[in-house]
Design a protein around this ligand. Sequence first.
Ligand SMILES: Nc1ncnc2c1ncn2[C@@H]1O[C@H](COP(=O)(O)OP(=O)(O)O)[C@@H](O)[C@H]1O
Ligand SMILES: [Mg+2]
Length: 1079
Amino acid sequence: MEVKTSLLDNMIGVGDMVLLEPLSEDSFIANLRNRFDHNEIYTYIGSVVISMNPYRSLPIFTPEKVEEYRNRNFYELSPHIYALADEAYRSLRDQDKDQCILITGESGAGKTEASKLVMSYVAAVCGKGQEVNKVKEQLLQSNPVLEAFGNAKTVRNDNSSRFGKYMDIEFDFKGDPLGGVISNYLLEKSRVVKQPRGERNFHIFYQLLSGASDDTLKKLKLDRDFSKYNYLSLDSAAVNGLDDAANFRTVRNAMQIVGFMEDEVQSVLELVAAVLKLGNIEFKPESRCNGNDESRIKDKNDLKEMCELLGTEQTVLERAFSYRTVEAKQEKVCTTLNVAQAYYARDALAKNLYSRLFSWLVTRINESIKAAPKSRHKVMGVLDIYGFEIFEENSFEQFIINYCNEKLQQIFIELTLREEQEEYVREGIEWTNIEYFNNAIICDLIENHQNGILAMLDEECLRPGTVTDETFLDKLNTICAEHLHFESRLSKSSKFLTDHSLPHNCFRIQHYAGKVLYRAEGFVDKNNDLLYRDLSQAMYKANHSLMKQLFPEGNPAKVNLKRPPTAGFQFRHSVGTLMRNLQTKNPNYIRCIKPNDKKASHIFTDSLVCHQVRYLGLMENVRVRRAGYAFRQAYEPCLERYKMLCKRTWPHWRGPAREGVEVLMGDLTVPAEEFSYGRSKVFIRNPRTLFFLEERRRQCLQDLATLIQKIYRGWKCRSHFLLLKKSQIVVAAWYRRYAQHNKYKRIKSATIVVQSYTRGWQARKLLRELKYQKRCEEAVTTISAYWHGTQVRREYRKFFRANAGKKIYNFTIQRIMQKYFLGLKSTMPSMSPIDKSWPVKPYLFLDGVHSDLRRIFHLWRCKKYRSEFTEEKKAVFEEKLEASEIFKDKKALYASSVSQPFMGDYLEISKNPKYQKLNSAMDEKVLLADVVNKINRANGKGTARIFLLTKNSVVLADQKTGQVKASVPLPDLTSVSVSTQSDGFFALKLKEGSASAIKGDFLLSSEHLIEIITKLHRTGATAADSEQLNIDISDEFLVQFKHDKVCVKFIQGGPKNGNSVSCKRKNNRLLEVSVPSTV
Ligand SMILES: Nc1ncnc2c1ncn2[C@@H]1O[C@H](COP(=O)(O)OP(=O)(O)O)[C@@H](O)[C@H]1O
Ligand SMILES: [Mg+2]
């Protein structure tokens, strides 16, 4: 539940001066002091905030405080500037009312700080986002820039604003800031050239000299030493707690954030430097022949440097300091300037340069922070303007400032009254006229168009002829003498004639806030604010980016003979605009008060505060506020606050709040004239009534507090007792539990010991058994392992590696054999039996096999070869075979016969008709027919005979006749003799005693000896009844010729015998056959 609080809670003194009772200046100040002593620097007068400058930082501006005041009603919390800012911001955002925050007060009273607090509060509570934050940052950062150029140390304030400032912050419909516009009022430019004792020039000069880098200073032709510059008074150049160098960096940074370009910053600094240089230019008189003194520049170095900074021509400026051109009605008159005039011109130029630079800065900042032109903006204006000033010597500036404050007071009165009146109408309460002092009459004295002081001053300034401050004062004395608020020694009215507090050269005005004595000196001059045209033209000509903007009147093309508007006129005009602007807005006031003159904390000087309270018109303010009803409060919070005062409304009122309040008031018997019922608020006329209510409430709260205390104490004791009781049970329970637990633990541990012994004993026994068992098992395992091992080894021995060699060997052999056989297959020699080729043996160990195979193969192919034979061929080969059996290696002739086929019938006996008869004489088929030589036994010469062989017999016939000469049956043949040589001789030996043997054996020679003998052998063998025919092979054999036996001897004939075989009869018993040597 949200706690409803009120301003009235824990008040120190009264938080709202309207409630002050009794109301007097003393009680007012006492209240302020009381609160100030308790660090309560803010006090309300209705919705106006009085702010006392604490001169020290208080912990009341933290982000937590911002949160505390955010979205709370104005009177809900103790007075604070945040409450005002919040109220203003919320009614701007939610009710679409443009707001203005008017901050007034004496110099050093905390106006600028207050304006910054308001801005920072608004920045903290309004929308967020990248764009919004940038805008906020720019708005906030415009302050340091303007403060550097527009603030200075004065005797009253180390950071005194020397210009008036009004800033419009623009918001969109959501309450997010969009941008802003700053207006500046009357910069105190006289400070540029001269500062009162104990005061400084504007901050920027000191900041530049202390904070800029050596490089920058060199560029600007400046020296760090303040004492080098005439315009910088020396007596208070350094200010306590003010770090000019650091501030310079802050300012540069702020300028960058606000959006100044680097070259713009440079230009600005150049102008600042130029002002300092300008102050150093000095003049000396030079006598002229007409007796007048003419001024000359003493040392041109500063002038030169300044001209370089501004880009002006030195001669032009030099001339402008010595001569003055006056134009009147197309006539140009040139007059010389004396030294005083030259100084005047120099200072005027410096002041103008600086103040125009300042205005340019404001314009430039405005350019950066201006909001995009949208349909409608909500606006919150913050006015931080110089307060009422009463010095010992007051001049034109004070006059102007105080005029401005008069106007503000007027608008304050007007708006406060209007607001009051509007509220009464809104609430339906009868309006009673309020008595108050209206300062319109003073405003009129100053600003009246015909006979106002400003109008008269302007008149004097524009009047031809000699015009001095005295003539101006005379004029005032004549015209304003009757005015109630104007006082002058020389005025017609005699009552001041003897007033010595009023010097002759002064006049006094009774401002609403007090009387102020103005010294007339300087009024005319300052109002004129004259800058010789020659100077402005020289400035216009300067080759510098800013000068043309700053001195537009120097443009020769736009020479305006009309005098420029006077300072007074301009100010009146801008104040008029400001007032009109403020009138359209809902005002919120912050009135700042300075507690002492020493800038010290904790000191409250009554007289000083009293003075301010007077001139700020705060008493007036309270009176106006209290004129009708001092206090008002909406029905709900009122009922909520006071409902305990009446039994009927306590503790709950069920019905409309207004009726509740009526019942409450009725019950309390508050006199009817003391309050009024509005539509939503109850109005209380007198603070006394409110305090009566508050007092009753306090008492009631005390009773209620006692009641609450009583009930609370009872409840507390009861619950304490119950708690004790409960605790005792718990403690007892815990103790019992503890004791039992301990006992249990002892028993348990004993049991465990016993148990452990038994278990140990059992376990050991078991262990022993188990160990034995384990050993048995291990033995069994070992035995079986060995057994299995043996078995397995036995079983697997064949797979052992030891056998692998044999296996591999077998396998290798197998493979080799396989390869060998396959190789053999592919390199097999031809099937011809006479082919001798055979692959070379691949391995030595296959030697036997290889040769065996060769043999087997040969046999096989021979067999194959043979199997292809026909019967005839077979017979031929059988014969050949037989021939081989008989002759091979026995007779040399054999070799030549191998290749000759055995044709048998060489004579083609059956076909040749020549032998037809012979053939027919044969009883058997002729197996062989050939021509042979029959060797004659006598001489050894041969006679050709036909040799025939049949199955049964051998027949010899005459070659020519074919007559059979001899026929020998085969059984009569006993043997055949042949030599071992290559001759064709053979002897057919006949059985002794046979018929054929009569003529003896036959010695024959034939070319086909081998065939003949073979066939003969065969035939003889086949004859069933015959014996095997002997074949006798030797180089000597006996042949039986009739009765004698003749030896036939074969000799190897020499080469001389030729190739032919010759046979010769050596003697009766020897026949020699010479055979050619075979070798
Ligand atoms: N709320 C505050 N808290 C702490 N110090 C303050 C406060 N307001 C003002 N001051 C002190 O007073 C000095 C003058 O305040 P300033 O706002 O410059 O006065 P003004 O603008 O009215 O001339 C500040 O420099 C600061 O030291
Ligand atoms: Mg200020």
